[in-house]
Design a protein. Structure first.
Length: 170
């Protein structure tokens, strides 16, 4: 069994993931544009599945994503730290997950760290503008659509399944 009650305790078993965090991968300069897009697509799928089941994570950020690696290849990102997660169908909580997802995308694509959630409270247009500058400076044409996608995510009103569809178009 992967989980189950033990007298006076509840135990959960989890796969051991030894690749560090998505934040660490980015800080080490090992997060390629292709890996970034793959990771964000996988995380959008995970969050969409959670939301469909009435669960909100409430703490999406690069340090809360473990990475399973095979050599230099990203096998799978694993969303972790469900300490703030809640069960319920509150649209504001889902919207907060979407916003935090967008800021995570920004942080990983630009290399700007979370620094005590500073980015969460910044104007969306400023984040989109800085991402546009970073994409232009990178010269990587595969990232050209990211600022437009980030703008749609941060404008609000999208559910995670719609965010996933946007990312699958990259």
């Amino acid at each position: 069994k992967d989980a189950g009650p033990v007298p006076y305790y509840v135990c959960f078993l989890q796969e051991f993931v030894d690749g560090g965090t998505l934040e660490g991968l980015a800080q080490d300069g090992k997060l390629t544009p292709a890996m970034l897009v793959q990771a964000m697509q996988d995380l959008a799928s995970t969050l969409a599945s959670l939301h469909a089941r009435g669960i909100v994570h409430k703490d999406m950020k690069p340090e809360n994503v473990l990475v399973k690696m095979r050599g230099n290849q990203l096998v799978a990102p694993k969303l972790c730290d469900f300490g703030r997660a809640e069960i319920g169908d509150n649209p504001e909580d889902r919207a907060d997950d979407v916003r935090r997802f967008g800021v995570t995308l920004f942080s990983l694509a630009t290399g700007e760290g979370w620094t005590a959630n500073r980015l969460i409270h910044e104007e969306h247009s400023a984040l989109v503008a800085r991402l546009s500058e970073a994409v232009a400076a990178s010269g990587d044409s595969s990232l050209q659509a990211l600022p437009r996608v980030l703008g749609k995510i941060l404008d609000g009103g999208l559910e995670m399944k719609e965010v996933l569809e946007l990312l699958q178009g990259l």
